[in-house]
Design a protein around this ligand. Sequence first.
Ligand SMILES: O=C(O)COP(=O)(O)O
Ligand SMILES: [Mg+2]
Length: 223
Amino acid sequence: MPAYSALIFDLDGTLIDSAPDIAAALNAGFARNGWPELDPAYVERFIGNGPHRLIRDILDDKGIAHDEAAVARAFDGYLRAYLDDPAGRTRFFDHVREDLGALHAAGVRLGICTNKNHAVTGKVLSQLGLDGLFEAAIGADAVPACKPDPGHLRAVAAAMDLTPGTWAYVGDTRVDQATAAAAGVPFYVVPWGGGAEVAVPAGHRLTRLADLLQHGRKASAAE
Ligand SMILES: O=C(O)COP(=O)(O)O
Ligand SMILES: [Mg+2]
């Protein structure tokens, strides 16, 4: 029997390497204002707080002067480009696809809590052939307050009708960790993406997602 009966996952940086598509969409939005083209490796460092923060954080980091109309124009260009080509350059991290299948086959119920735009999330999952694997997938703009607000994670758990104590959250950033802590839920970090920079208790750093078949109530009871 798997240790958790359900798992909720972060999406970008946890299940998929989407930085090239996020950067391409962002560049389409930035081009509308004549702002400079960005490298995916640079953009990757700012992913995890949703697209609105992504745009503002990069403008601040680069010291690009802007007004609200220009930010709105960039966001609109980003969203249109991303909805047009949601996953052309996106890849699963190693073993993720097979391990999600193994968790599902073992009867673990799966959900997604992501700061990605909600409509983009649906299109990405569908293009990657993940329709039907996740019972719920809720993006940042589909809740009153997104991660790190614990209400975002609780909304996914509520949509899946999960019982407290039977599930955990898996992510790649401190935002994910803070969200789980605020919700009072065990947190596991992936070893790829930004995961290496997140400090977690012993046993909570995964080597691959299939580890979660063994992790669980014993590890969380020891916290
Ligand atoms: O910030 C984003 O756009 C998405 O981030 P997440 O899937 O890691 O929550
Ligand atoms: Mg992430």
